[in-house]
Design a protein around this ligand. Structure first.
Ligand code: TYD
Length: 136
C-alpha cells in the first residue's frame, strides 16, 4: 500500500478551560474496529522503537504526551511525520515499515490497533518486508 494511504486524522477536540477532551470512535473517526490498545512510555533518550511492518494490522498512533517522529516506508517511498498533539492520530495502513525516533523525555505513544496481538503478523526483517512488497 502506498505511504500516502497513511494520513493524519484530526480527532474531535472539546476545548474547555478545565482542560481539553478528545475521543476516538471505531469506524467513525478511524476506518477500523479497535481490538487492542497499547502504549509506549518511559522510553530512554536515544532509544528507537518500531522497526517492523505488519501484514494486516491497521493502527492509529497518538502522541498522548510529548513528541516523537514516525518514519513510514512503503518499500519505495518514505515520509516522516512529527507527532506532538493529542488530537492528531496517524493512521497506518497494512504493509508499512515504521520507525519511531526522536522520542522526547516523558513522551507517551498510544496505539489503537485493529487486531489482537499476533507475532505472525509482524515483518521484523526489512529484506523480507521488501520481498513481500514486490510480490504483491
Ligand atoms: P513490539 O511491537 O516489537 O514493540 P515496538 O513496536 O516498539 O518495536 O513489541 C515489543 C514486545 O512486546 C514484543 O516482545 C511483543 C510484545 N507485545 C505484546 O505482547 N503485545 C502487544 O500488544 C504488543 C504491541 C507487543
Amino acid at each position: 500500500m502506498p505511504v500516502d494511504d497513511c494520513r493524519i486524522i484530526e480527532l474531535p477536540k472539546i476545548s474547555d478551560p478545565r482542560g481539553n477532551l478528545t475521543f476516538v470512535e471505531s469506524e467513525r473517526h478511524i476506518p477500523f474496529d479497535i481490538k487492542r490498545v497499547y502504549y509506549l512510555y518511559d522510553v530512554p533518550g536515544g532509544a528507537e522503537r518500531g522497526a517492523h511492518g505488519h501484514k494486516n494490522l491497521q493502527q492509529l498512533i497518538i502522541a498522548m504526551s510529548g513528541s516523537f517522529d514516525i518514519v513510514l516506508n512503503d518499500g519505495v517511498n518514505q515520509k516522516k511525520i512529527h507527532m506532538n498533539r493529542s488530537y492528531y492520530g496517524l493512521y497506518i495502513c497494512p504493509m508499512m515499515w515504521r520507525d519511531i525516533t526522536n522520542v522526547s523525555s516523558g513522551a507517551v505513544c498510544m496505539v489503537l490497533a485493529s487486531e489482537y496481538y499476533d507475532e505472525h503478523d509482524y515483518l521484523r526483517d526489512y529484506d523480507e518486508f521488501l520481498e513481500l512488497v514486490k510480490s504483491q
